[in-house]
Ligand binder design. Structure first.
Ligand SMILES: [Zn+2]
Length: 414
């Protein structure tokens, strides 16, 4: 039997051996060196070990604009900023993330991506936690309500050359591009990007049913934060929300913070889409994270305001500007609002976002990335992150500790 399965390490421990709960069963995972683990299936059920702790693979958030005071859209972002944000994300159970760049004029977008990629590359956690990027814009709908907090003036017809320019600037790939199918040239760009293996997503769009059908035909396979980035008033049934909910070719991301979508409608949307095609994203901005208070933060060049109830808006506007949500809170929300079990929650927060980003199923032995989360239930019975491992690093719940244990040789691991 696995030994010491769920105890967070002290930095002086021997070989790490974990009993890991995945969406499809339990795994015995033994660290070989760094992020390399040998994982073998040991059963279908039994979520916890005798201490009451539960270990899961780290969660994957494919839409994060910033976190813990750090704006990923800031062209002056530094590696230390990146480590601070990633450390806090890890403390919330996330070990893999797609930093997301929103709409900006070409040169600004290029500068932001270059700075972001440099910060990721030169940080400690970036190379472990960031496999690539999500480009949300600028080929979106500038229409009121669709644009949301994105600058409508920087939106426009699809241009493959811009995506190529951006791709050439970063060491990591652009894994996902969110576009509005009704923008000129978007269907053809979707076909081109899909051929390159880039995930094409529909978002910030008021596309008709026919335009959505064409986008799917060309290669769209994801809906970005479905239920948001829409006009406040839409047709009763023939609308872009229902059109996307009804198409099984599209996986859909939802912001499960209770603000972007009321829990009752989240339940409805999840039923419509099915657990096999839905996933959760935070769409977090710099104002997100434990301990972040009310006040003004930045998203690119825009000021955004976190309000007392956790909503984030452009000051004076009715439009939401990302969220202040954390992924561990969304895990608790799914348990509390929908009575969902951890294996199903892992489908929404790891397996399905992985498939949306990479176009293939999550395979625990191959894809864990050395990221594991130790959860424990508090006195109220709610799951709390106790410790997060990423390779030889460990992050504690306050996110302020990044301990590094020396890499072990593979001969010492068994
Ligand atoms: Zn958005």
């Amino acid at each position: 039997m696995p030994s010491g399965a769920a105890e967070p390490a002290t930095g002086k421990e021997g070989p790490v051996r974990l009993r890991v709960t995945g969406s499809g069963g339990i795994w015995d995972c033994q660290q070989m060196a760094g992020t390399a683990y040998d994982c073998r299936p040991i059963g279908e059920t039994g979520p916890a070990d005798s201490s009451g702790s539960i270990v899961t693979p780290g969660l994957f958030d494919i839409q994060v604009n910033g976190f813990a005071g750090v704006d990923f859209n800031n062209a002056d972002i530094e590696p230390t900023d990146m480590d601070r944000a990633l450390c806090r994300l890890a403390a919330c159970g996330v070990t893999r993330v797609l930093p997301t760049l929103i709409t900006a004029f070409d040169d600004e977008l290029a500068a932001r991506l270059e700075a972001l990629d440099r910060a990721v590359s030169q940080s400690t956690l970036g190379p472990l936690m960031v496999p690539g990027y999500h480009l949300e814009g600028p080929f979106l709908s500038p229409r009121d309500g669709c644009a949301g907090c994105h600058p409508a003036k920087a939106m426009g017809p699809a241009r493959a050359e811009l995506v190529e320019r951006l791709t050439g600037l970063a060491r990591r790939p652009i894994l996902m591009v969110t576009m509005a199918p009704e923008q000129e040239g978007v269907p053809d760009l979707m076909a081109r990007l899909a051929r390159q293996g880039i995930a094409c997503a529909i978002g910030h769009s008021n596309a008709t049913r026919e335009q959505i059908a064409l986008a799917i035909e060309k290669g769209a396979r994801v809906s970005t934060h479905l239920g948001n980035g829409l006009p406040h008033m839409i047709a009763r049934t023939d609308n872009p929300l229902f059109s996307q909910l009804s198409r099984d070719e599209l996986m859909a991301g939802f912001i499960a913070d209770g603000i972007h979508i009321h829990p009752d409608y989240l339940k409805l949307f999840l039923r419509a889409k099915g657990l096999e095609r839905a996933f959760l994203v935070t769409d977090a901005v710099a104002a997100a994270g434990p301990g972040m208070g009310e006040g003004i933060y930045q998203l690119g060049t825009a000021s955004i305001e976190r309000q007392a109830d956790g909503t984030v808006r452009i000051p004076g506007s009715t439009y939401l500007a990302g969220s202040s949500a954390t992924m561990d809170q969304m895990v608790r929300n799914m348990e509390k609002w929908l009575g969902m079990g951890l294996p199903d929650i892992l489908r929404l927060t790891l397996d399905n976002p992985f498939r949306a980003a990479f176009g293939r199923p999550f395979d625990l032995p191959r894809d864990h990335g050395g990221g594991f989360v130790h959860w424990q239930r508090d006195d109220a019975g709610e799951l709390r992150v106790r410790c997060t491992r990423i390779g030889d690093h460990q992050v504690l719940p306050d996110g302020s500790f990044l301990l590094h244990t020396p890499a072990r040789s593979s001969s010492a691991a068994r």
